[in-house]
Design a protein around this ligand. Structure first.
Ligand SMILES: Nc1ncnc2c1ncn2[C@@H]1O[C@H](COP(=O)(O)OP(=O)(O)OP(=O)(O)O)[C@@H](O)[C@H]1O
Ligand SMILES: Nc1nc2c(c(=O)[nH]1)N=C(CO)CN2
Length: 179
């Protein structure tokens, strides 16, 4: 069969801008229909522009952590982690995560208070940032089993830049009865 060489080959047009990067996003909810909120948020992230893939972990039931420690009397959380492949810049992605929190009726009364939806950017590729608006990796991720365990569910070999293997961090927290 002859080929018409005037028709361009089926190669996607080259795209300017940043390369695709995998971001780790932590999801948590302890008010309302927590599971539906988490699954809906992951679907919403998947529909963001310049997001090409979202893999959601299993959902974990966890005890609410307050600033002064675990509070078994507070409404429990459903936690999960999503691996998000995106060409959005980290600060833009975080802004969009905040918008999704707002769409879900997130109110900001109290640090570590109850919430319909919390979305944290845990890592964005290997990017390190101490800008208070976008700290990367998330400065409290290594102390949070409710982040590390869902992350391990998706990626047992995960590493947290500057802190080593996520599996080792989780093991230390479990051994201390912490996190
Ligand atoms: N990597 C990050 N992920 C999420 N928020 C961040 C990050 N870096 C900086 N921030 C900023 O932290 C501020 C507080 O975020 P948020 O309301 O989610 O706090 P919190 O959930 O109560 O506590 P924590 O930050 O310990 O999870 C926000 O204004 C946000 O811009
Ligand atoms: N179990 C649990 N506790 C929390 C969580 C969370 O996601 N899960 N998020 C908080 C603020 O980011 C504070 N405490």
């Amino acid at each position: 069969m002859s080929r018409n060489l005037t028709i361009p080959p089926n190669i996607p047009p080259s795209r300017e801008g940043r390369p695709e990067t995998v971001a780790v996003v932590a999801l948590g909810a302890n008010l309302g229909d927590r599971e539906a909120t988490i699954r809906g948020a992951a679907e919403r992230i998947a529909r963001l522009p310049l997001v090409t893939d979202v893999r959601l972990s299993a959902l974990f039931e966890t005890v609410a952590m307050r600033l002064d420690g675990p509070d078994p009397d507070a409404p429990g959380y459903v936690n999960a982690v999503a691996l998000v492949t995106t060409r959005l810049a980290p600060e833009i992605l975080l802004g969009m995560l905040h918008a999704i929190e707002d769409e879900n009726g997130r109110e900001r009364h109290q640090r570590w208070g109850d919430r319909t939806l919390d979305l944290d950017l845990i890592t964005y590729g290997d990017v390190v940032s101490d800008d208070p608006r976008v700290q990367l990796p998330h400065p409290r991720a290594a102390e949070r089993l409710f982040v590390l365990e869902p992350w391990l569910d998706l990626d047992p070999d995960a590493r947290l830049r500057g802190r080593g293997r996520v599996a080792d961090l989780a093991e230390e927290l479990r051994a201390r009865g912490d996190g």
